[in-house]
Unconditional design. Structure first.
Length: 134
């Protein structure tokens, strides 16, 4: 069983720039914080929160995201993501995730991360790249 305490929380923030908006990829869209960027910040926050509790040479990878994007956020706003561990088992770590833009909650949901031994993960990836089954 993983030795990750249920209830721990972590936060990370970023200031929204044009590169974080839908408009950076699609000119016809408004310059607001993009949903994939919000999910990225949530995943990053979750991974960084539980990383120190993993064995040497292990990381976590995202396996499930269930998130609602609740409100638009303009360029210049600071978005803060919060992740909280709510369950731990041998298959992964389940967290609640939220994002706020200083005015209101802009996102919420759950996220699951699975522990993997980095060396083994990279070997499997290399087999896939080289075309071997496996």
């Amino acid at each position: 069983m993983l030795d990750i305490p249920v209830g721990i929380t972590g936060t990370q923030s970023l200031t929204v720039t044009r590169e974080h908006t839908v408009a950076s990829r699609h000119d016809h869209m408004p310059e607001v914080f993009a949903t994939p960027m919000m999910i990225y910040l949530m995943e990053l926050t979750a991974g960084d929160l539980i990383g120190p509790y993993l064995p040497e040479g292990w990381i976590t990878v995202g396996t499930h995201v269930n998130v609602k994007h609740l409100a638009a956020t303009p360029i210049g706003a600071t978005v803060t993501a919060t992740a909280k561990v709510i369950a731990v088992d041998n298959n992964g770590v389940t967290l609640t995730v939220e994002a706020h833009d200083g005015t209101e909650k802009i996102g919420e949901g759950t996220h699951v991360r699975a522990p993997v031994e980095l060396a083994r993960f990279l070997k499997r990836l290399e087999r896939k790249i080289s075309g071997a089954a496996g």
